[in-house]
Structure formats: C-alpha cells, structure tokens
Design a protein around this ligand. Structure first.
Ligand code: G3P
Length: 217
C-alpha cells in the first residue's frame, strides 16, 4: 500500500519523507488555507521534497476553467497530480487533461458509480472519502470494497486512494480490502507506530537494563 500524507505542512511532510515512508502528498483548498501559504509557492516546495505524486486541486467549477487551472498547476513540477472534483464538469476536465498525459486525482467520491465514471474518464486516482461517509452514519469501508470489486472486475488501472482517513483502524481496513493508496494527516501516520504494549515492554526492558549496570557504547 502506498502512503500519501494529507497536508500542506511542509515541515511535517519533510519529517515523514526523511523516514522513507511517504509515496506522495495530497492537498486541497482547506489544507492550503490551514497552511496560510500561497498555493503555488507551497506546492512547489512540497514537490521539491517528495518524489511521488503531489495532488493540487483546481477551484473552478466549469470544465474549461478547470482545464486552464489544471494546466497551470501542472507547470509547478513534473510530479503534480491535478485534483478535480467528481462532478460532470470535473469528469470532462479529467478526460481532456488525462488525454494530455497529466496524472489526475478525482476527489470527493462518495459512490461506486462515481468511481466507475472517473475510471472511464481516465483518472489515475479515485479518492473515496471514508471519514465523511462514516460521519453521516454510512459505511466508508463498504465503498472502498465496492470500488475494489468493480475495478478488478473490469481491470481498471485507476488507483483507489482511500481518503478522509481519520483513524489507524481506517488504515488497517483499507489495506485489508486492498486500496492501492491511503492518504492521512501526519498525526494519523504517527499513530500507526504506537502501541501501549510496546511502551510497557520498553519500560520493563529499560528498568532491567539499568539494574545490569552495563553500557553498550
Ligand atoms: O484527502 C481528502 C481529505 O483531506 C478529506 O479529509 O478529514 O477533511 O474529511 P477530511
């Protein structure tokens, strides 16, 4: 499973990237707002840090303007993935921009039919939003499973990018189902390493080690 980090916080991205566990980055207008940075500047910095795909989202609502914005965002760096919303206009823009050879991440996907359309329009990634479905008492993971089944039935190569990941359990479940990629905030990625039995075991080892009076170096 590929790990993308869902943030425009350059310091957090650099820290995770150094560990070698980050395969890409996703941003959106809300994350750009949170960063307090200019979209072009911050996206360029992120692309210089991470080799893999960096999603940058258009904000136009009609296809011609989405295409214009997408082309402009793609000029920032070769690893830009143009992020488009799953609307009819977004699908039109997806068809055009993917035809030009750009990587496309179709976002705000909440149904299997939407995912099917995105694959047919040439999306490189489809972003089903797990957490936001769970928020309204629907089953986000069921959507990931449905898309996995449908894409496999027809050999679609569009990668399933499990998004709106809010917990470590979301990561495990998405991996179990076979999502190709997950994108999560830095805090969730950090939590993947945590386990109370690890902390408890380490504490016991440290206490016993102290009693030996030894040093390794
Ligand atoms: O990648 C999409 C993600 O940023 C949405 O997450 O937590 O705002 O639903 P959230």
């Amino acid at each position: 499973m590929k790990f993308f980090v869902d943030t425009a916080d350059v310091a957090a991205i650099a820290e995770l990237n150094e560990l070698g566990i980050i395969d890409g980055v996703t941003t959106n207008p809300s994350l750009i707002l949170k960063s307090g940075r200019d979209i072009t500047e911050v996206t360029r910095e992120i692309c210089a840090i991470v080799d893999g795909p960096v999603s940058a989202e258009v904000v136009a609502l009609n296809a011609p303007e989405m295409i214009e914005e997408g082309r402009k965002l793609a000029q920032i760096a070769p690893n830009i993935t143009i992020k488009l919303p799953l609307t009819w206009e977004g699908l039109k823009a997806c068809k055009t921009l993917s035809g030009e050879g750009h990587m496309i991440n179709v976002t705000l996907c909440f149904s299997a039919n939407q995912a099917l359309l995105a694959a047919k329009a040439g999306a490189s990634f489809i972003s089903p939003f797990i957490g936001r479905l769970d928020d309204i008492n629907l089953d986000g993971m069921e959507l990931i499973q449905d898309i996995r089944t449908i894409y496999d039935n027809y050999d679609f190569t569009t990668e399933i990018l499990a998004a709106s990941i809010r917990s470590v359990n979301h990561v495990t479940e998405a991996a179990r189902i076979g999502a190709d990629v997950m994108t999560a905030p830095p805090e969730v990625i950090h939590k993947l390493a945590q386990h109370p039995l690890t902390d408890k075991g380490l504490d016991a080892f440290m206490k016993d080690w102290e009693k030996t009076g030894q040093k390794i170096v």
